[in-house]
Design a protein around this ligand. Structure first.
Ligand SMILES: C[S@@+](CC[C@H](N)C(=O)[O-])C[C@H]1O[C@@H](n2cnc3c(N)ncnc32)[C@H](O)[C@@H]1O
Length: 434
């Protein structure tokens, strides 16, 4: 076997036996006496592969499996021709069957919980409806533009754009918008397409410098906007938002604003949050990091006019959307600002239930402290928390803090709302330890 050696260089080919999966779409191979670890992409646990070194550091190397000498029984032919070594970096697990992908994600969640939070727990990752065998689901895609004005997707860990004709995980409406195969002006940097599967609306955001509408290629989209300096939008056509459908109603979501990108995700998570929190009429609920107000809306119906929902969000456009989406329930208040700062001034003290759905970085420490009833929040009435997370590592970090702060982990599931990629959504339900 060709081992990783002190003289190894990027581009050398190693023969490896691949070990366990780790966070980020890698498997590890620990095989040389120097103790260096090789993170291998395009491989599966148990496989014997030939792998080309793509990066070398003092303590670890990265490599792409380029030849599979002993395949895993979970291996399948990747459906997309851009998914292999050196190709597009968007998908990590196209070479594994869907049940195997979910088992890999479950293993990663379990590993993060054990290593970071000291929680020993078997995790199941559930499929959700709304994709075609793991393809055709992604309702928001950002295309990069290469030097010749062609749209494509970025290589793994690189800004380099790989020209593609079609992304197989993209929702068909994204492909219909017609971003690839066109000539884009040199002043454009990237093109984001967002679509709403049920209203069938398509929106396109073109980012760049000194862009003008007359230089854009013909696009098949209801709504088009130019993005210049951060936050500065120039409408080209359409109303600037899409109507997304979930939990039996329409939600206005501004172009580029947060909405779950898998067509079945918003429904699946809203329903699981409701089941877990079991809101009763008269409850006071918090929706932290509320985006366009999805969880606040489903909670508002349950707590009714004798209860209240306090939703907190920082992004101006999302706050506008949430206020619009939640306008029929006067007992919902949408507060604009940083969650930590708003909680510091208002406190969670009256609330009995909370859902939080922070960005990848997880909840800020003062937010966790407030949920634990520390400092001025002592005496909080919170009895259940639903923590929605798109990063098992920061979820594990925050769970450790919550458990140390008097909460118990009642339930935790993964949801496969990013098939073919290493990403996974988690929902952890917490109750007060007695
Ligand atoms: C993962 S999204 C969740 C949105 C919503 N729960 C949903 O399901 O559609 C996270 C949201 O948190 C907002 N956000 C990020 N950091 C924040 C902060 N420090 N304070 C308030 N909102 C924040 C983002 O603008 C984004 O809308």
């Amino acid at each position: 076997m060709t081992a990783l050696a002190p003289s190894s260089r990027v581009g050398d080919v190693l023969e490896l036996v691949v070990g366990e999966v780790v966070h980020g779409g890698w498997c590890v191979s620990r095989h040389d006496e120097s103790g260096r670890v090789v993170f291998v992409r395009h491989a599966l646990p148990g496989e014997r592969v030939r792998a080309i070194i793509t990066q070398l550091g003092a303590r670890l190397a990265r490599a792409d499996a380029i030849e599979i000498l002993r395949p895993s029984p979970d291996r399948v032919a990747p459906p997309c021709r851009y998914a292999g070594p050196g190709g597009c970096g968007g998908c990590d697990w196209q070479h594994a069957g869907l049940p195997a992908q979910r088992a890999l994600k479950a293993a990663v969640i379990g590993q993060q919980l054990a290593r970071i939070a000291g929680i020993d727990r078997e995790v199941v990752v559930l499929p959700v409806d709304g994709d075609q065998a793991g393809l055709g689901w992604r309702t928001a895609v950002t295309f990069g533009l290469d030097g010749s004005g062609q749209a494509g997707l970025r290589r793994h860990r690189s800004h380099e754009v790989v020209g593609i004709d079609r992304c197989l995980i993209a929702h068909p409406l994204v492909t219909q918008a017609g971003v690839t195969g066109r000539s884009w002006p040199a002043s454009a940097d990237s093109v984001q397409v967002c679509v709403a599967p049920l209203s069938r609306e398509r929106g396109v955001l073109v980012a760049g410098r000194a862009l003008t509408a007359d230089r854009l290629p013909e696009l098949d989209a209801e709504c088009v906007q130019l993005v210049g300096r951060p936050g500065r939008r120039v409408p080209v056509r359409g109303r600037g938002y899409l109507a997304q459908r979930a939990a039996g109603r329409d939600w206005r979501v501004s172009l580029g604003g947060f909405w779950q990108v898998h067509p079945g995700a918003a429904d699946a998570l809203a329903s699981a949050v409701l089941t877990g929190l079991a809101p009763q009429p008269g409850d006071v609920a918090l929706d932290l990091y509320c985006g366009a107000g999805l969880f606040a809306g489903v909670l508002a119906e349950q707590v009714g006019p004798d209860g209240a929902v306090i939703a907190i969000e920082r992004d101006v456009a999302a706050v506008r959307d949430a206020r619009h989406n939640l306008r029929e329930w006067p007992w919902v208040r949408v507060l604009r600002g940083d969650v930590a700062a708003v909680l510091d001034s208002t406190g969670p003290d009256r609330a009995s239930l909370a859902v939080l759905d922070p960005p990848r970085a997880g909840a800020a420490r003062p937010v966790v402290d407030a949920l634990c009833g520390r400092g001025r929040h002592a005496g909080t009435a919170l009895r259940r928390i639903a923590y929605v997370s798109c990063d098992p590592a920061t979820l594990a970090r925050d769970l450790r803090l919550l458990l140390d702060g008097g909460w118990e982990l009642a339930d935790l599931h993964g949801y496969d709302v990013f098939p073919m990629t290493h990403h996974v959504e988690c929902l952890a339900m917490l109750t007060r330890a007695v």
